[in-house]
Design a protein around this ligand. Structure first.
Ligand SMILES: Cc1cc2nc3c(=O)[nH]c(=O)nc-3n(C[C@H](O)[C@H](O)[C@H](O)COP(=O)(O)O)c2cc1C
Length: 250
């Protein structure tokens, strides 16, 4: 098992995997880490769909064009889940508040599922696996993904996580500097210095992209990310949430 320091500081996304099967004891370790994730009020408003069916992986690949979905050994799909608590409340005759129709209800499910995914990322890294979060499973065709996974009302996909024995060791990506991430006691006062520091980071990413191993680009950071956001403006996630039973009101 790798140290916590190595697992956190040397992690990179890995998108190419060996064909080898992940040992069941390693998967059990990842599952235990997921189950022990801190969640709001210990409500645990998440569940995970563990996919090892190759045909299903291929279908998800066909929807998203994310090759790692079909080449990974296991694909974990992290969902926000209010179905479970609703089922139990109904069985016990307890009235269920329409919490799913509030933004906070939506946010809590997303936080719980996201933290659970992060537990899996760290556990997988510590166990020597490669992992890659796949957000396209949430965005590209959520209704089709919900149908393929038989998601009941109250459940929606937050993110996928592809896992496998690593077949590549990508360079660490440069991240924003301490000065642009951590502010002392209040939000950053000197916005001019903040943007100066961000500009330096933008240059670092541009240089990294131009020189990294395994395929170079001339992308900088800001224009590239904003291009993605422009594209993501077309996603209709609110419609999808409504279809899954979330009639968001406030
Ligand atoms: C919520 C989320 C969604 C992501 N979706 C995708 C994806 O659909 N496809 C992909 O190749 N990588 C995806 N990633 C991986 C990011 O691109 C990656 O984490 C980022 O570029 C930083 O690189 P690093 O993980 O190697 O540090 C996603 C990551 C997160 C956290």
């Amino acid at each position: 098992m790798q140290s916590v320091e190595k697992s956190l500081l040397e992690r990179t996304s890995v998108r190419r995997y060996e064909r080898e099967v992940i040992p069941e004891e390693t998967m059990n370790f990842i599952f235990d880490a997921i189950r022990n994730t801190p969640t709001s009020y210990n409500g645990q408003q998440f569940s995970v769909i563990d996919i090892d069916d190759q045909a299903l992986k291929e279908e998800l690949y066909a929807l998203t064009n994310q090759k790692q979905l079909k080449t990974c050994n296991r694909l974990l799909i992290f969902c926000s889940d209010y179905n479970k608590i609703t089922l139990l409340a109904e069985r016990k005759g307890i009235d269920v508040p329409k919490f799913t129709n509030t933004m906070d209800g939506v946010i809590i499910g997303i936080i719980d599922a996201s933290l659970a995914m992060m537990s899996a990322v760290v556990a997988a890294q510590a166990a020597g696996l490669g992992s890659n979060c796949v957000g396209y499973l949430r965005t590209v065709d959520p209704a089709k993904v919900a149908e393929l996974l038989h998601l009941p009302k109250g459940v929606f996909v937050v993110c996928g996580l592809a896992l496998g024995i690593p077949r590549e060791h990508p360079d660490l990506k440069p991240k924003q500097s301490n000065d642009t991430v951590f502010f002392k006691n209040r939000y950053c006062e000197n916005q001019t210095k903040l943007v100066d520091d961000l500009e330096k980071y933008d240059e670092i990413v541009k240089h990294y992209n131009a020189t990294r191993s395994g395929g170079t680009t001339d992308n900088d950071w800001v224009a590239h990310i904003l291009d993605y956001y422009r594209h993501a403006m077309n996603y209709r996630i609110l419609d999808y949430l409504k279809a899954q039973g979330y009639e968001i009101e406030k």
